[in-house]
Structure formats: structure tokens, C-alpha cells
Design a protein around this ligand. Sequence first.
Ligand SMILES: NC(=O)c1ccc[n+]([C@@H]2O[C@H](COP(=O)([O-])OP(=O)(O)OC[C@H]3O[C@@H](n4cnc5c(N)ncnc54)[C@H](O)[C@@H]3O)[C@@H](O)[C@H]2O)c1
Length: 377
Amino acid sequence: MIKIGIAGTRGLSTLMGLKNIEDVEIAAMCDLDEQHLKDSAERIGGNVKTYRVFDDMLESDIDAVIISTPMQCHVPQAIAAMEAGKHVMCEVTAGVTMDELFWLCETVEKYNKIYMYAENYIYDPRVQQVRKMVEAGLFGETYYAEGMYLHNIGNLFTYPNGKTSWRSYWQCGIRGNFYPTHSIGPVMQWFPGERITEVSTFSPGVYNTLGLKQDSGTTSMCRTATGKLLNIRVDCMSPRPHNMDYYHLQGTKGCFNSKAHGDDINRVSFIDEENDSPLHNMKWQKLEDYDMYLPDRYKNATEEQKQAGHNGGDFFIVDDFITALRTNTQPELNVYKACEWTAVGLLSSLSVTNGGRTMQVPDFRKNMPLDEKKITL
Ligand SMILES: NC(=O)c1ccc[n+]([C@@H]2O[C@H](COP(=O)([O-])OP(=O)(O)OC[C@H]3O[C@@H](n4cnc5c(N)ncnc54)[C@H](O)[C@@H]3O)[C@@H](O)[C@H]2O)c1
């Protein structure tokens, strides 16, 4: 039996996955908010033990923790968990300073614990389908992508009791694309073997009327090691309907555009090599015409699994975490990817405050030398 402890509200999105996988038990729950803790424990049911203090939960016999507390708690709690011998799955983003990221990697290596980054947008069926189509060569060589997270969170800056929430500072109080991995993670699925090496960030200025410090419409241009370009826009304040998962991909043989609004559809377009059609005659097709490229587990998903949050993604991410624990193998969404994608956001802050200067993204990897753990313009 694998025993899991959950810290923070958002962790309950994993409930469906955890309850539907054999020999897994939610044994503990932790939250500073007493009432919330009580309500969550009732929702979880069984004999879940409750704790207000995270370190107290670590003293219980759980095997792993799911950290779903605010962003600024992630690294301190992940480190405390690994020091206590627990494996970790951690919400986005991985950390809030570059020093934290280096420390996180060192801790995963020191204690040899599983660390999985809970970037659930990667698990969107469309993202995985396009990944398979990239792998099958349909797009040719991919060289440009866009990812946008347009999520007006004006209602989340204060809690229902009127207190200021962590999002006022940690998500929207700092300049730059501080919450970028819902966009970067998915588009990086379409550039196999690549890593981001540079980021330059620009903004039109501060247009929000809430007194928050973050610019509106901030956009980061990221370059990969082989020169591919990613255009990442994160905007949590501009007045507009949500579009948290807008993506575009361009390759030498075709392109993908995700739906831009509720009534739209996901589209692809490919050069018709057999009929040698001229480029200007290229037509859009529905992405669903290529559903044969959906990975099998999405094709065979039960109705219940499909109903998990983020189009079923919240089920499969838990499934992969449990598999990592059972096989004692670091997952694909390992600590190095978590840190690379999070670092883009942290460095974008320095870039935008320096007129878009290009920042170098460190090569997060095992046994990274000390002289590479630095911030370089
Ligand atoms: N992946 C996604 O789609 C997604 C969606 C929403 C939020 N998130 C992430 O989940 C995390 C939580 O977001 P949220 O919207 O649930 O925030 P929230 O503020 O609604 O909830 C956070 C909870 O953590 C508790 N908490 C705070 N500090 C704590 C501590 N030190 N120990 C124990 N409990 C503590 C709070 O009492 C609160 O109940 C954030 O990191 C956020 O980025 C991810």
C-alpha cells in the first residue's frame, strides 16, 4: 500500500486519481486553515489523519506528499519532505527564486527521492496527440511555437474572508511571466530533446487597475539550444474571457492551431505531398481527423477518467506519479524540467525590468557544476 499525504486545497484535484488506483491510500491531509482541513478530510473520507503543520504530517508513516500549497511554500516543503524520506509531487511553479531551484535539484540528488512536477497542462489529450504527430513526422521539423495562458484571475486576489491571497504578490505582484509553465510545458512536448537556453521578455506596461505590480500582456521569447523559437504570453489580469491553453505549432510540413475561444475548434494543416499542392492552397482540417494519434490510454480512458479536471489530465498525472513510485524511477516531468521551465519565468522578471535583455537559462541537470549555478545576462 502506498500512503499519500496531501498539503493544500488544490491537492484534492488528485482525489479521483488516487481513489481509483489500487493499493494507494490518502493517509494524511495538511492545511493551515482549520475549517478547510475538516471539510477536506470529510471529502476524502476513510481514516485520513489531519495536520495543520506540514512538518507534523511528515512525521507520519506516509510514503509521499503532494504539495499543493501556495508557490512560495513549494521548495521549503519539498526539501523538508525529502529530508524526512518522503517522495514528492509538487504543484506549479517549482520555486520562486533561482537559488531555490538549484537547492531543489541538489536535494533530489542527495536523498534520491522521486520528484515529479505536477504540470497537468501537459496531460491535455490535444497536447499528447500533437506530440505523437510530431514524433510521427507529420509536421516535419518543428521550429516555432506559441503558448498562451490568458486567465483573468481578478477574483482570486482576495480570499472570501477579505484577506489578501498569495496570488496578489507571487502570481501578479512580480514583473515578468512569473507563472509560465502551463504554456511552456505543453509546447516543449513538441521539441523532442530540446532545452530552453535563452529568454527575452517584453511588455507594453502596467494596465491593470487593481494596483498590482505586474505588467499586462507580458511576452517572453525563448530560444532552445538549436535555435527554435517559443513565444510565451502569460496574462492574468487583462479584461477578456479565459483562454488558458492556447497553443500554436509550426513545422516545415504543417502547423497546429488550438481553439482560440469556446466555439472554435482545434485545427491542423499539412502540405499535401502526394498531390504536390502549392503551399498557398493549404487547407485547415480538424485535429480530431487525426485522433488515431491519441495515445492509447486516452483512447481507452473510462468516462470517469475523462471527467477528471483538465480534460482527464488530472487523472493521468497521478497515474504517472504512482508508477514512478512503484518503479522507483524519476518521471518524465522530473526536477530538471521543473526547474528549467520555472527558471524561464524567474529570469523573465529580470529581463523585462532590463528592457528585454536576454537572460541565459542554466542547463539544469544531474551534478550541475557550482560555477553554472548563476544568473547570466
Ligand atoms: N495545476 C493547476 O492547474 C493549478 C490550478 C490552481 C492552482 N495551482 C497551484 O496550486 C497551488 C495552490 O493553489 P490554490 O489555488 O489551491 O491556492 P489557495 O490559496 O486556494 O489554497 C492554498 C491552501 O494551502 C493552505 N496553506 C497555505 N500555506 C500552508 C502551509 N504552509 N502549510 C499547509 N497549508 C498551507 C491554505 O490554507 C489554503 O487552504 C499553487 O501552487 C498554484 O500555483 C495549480
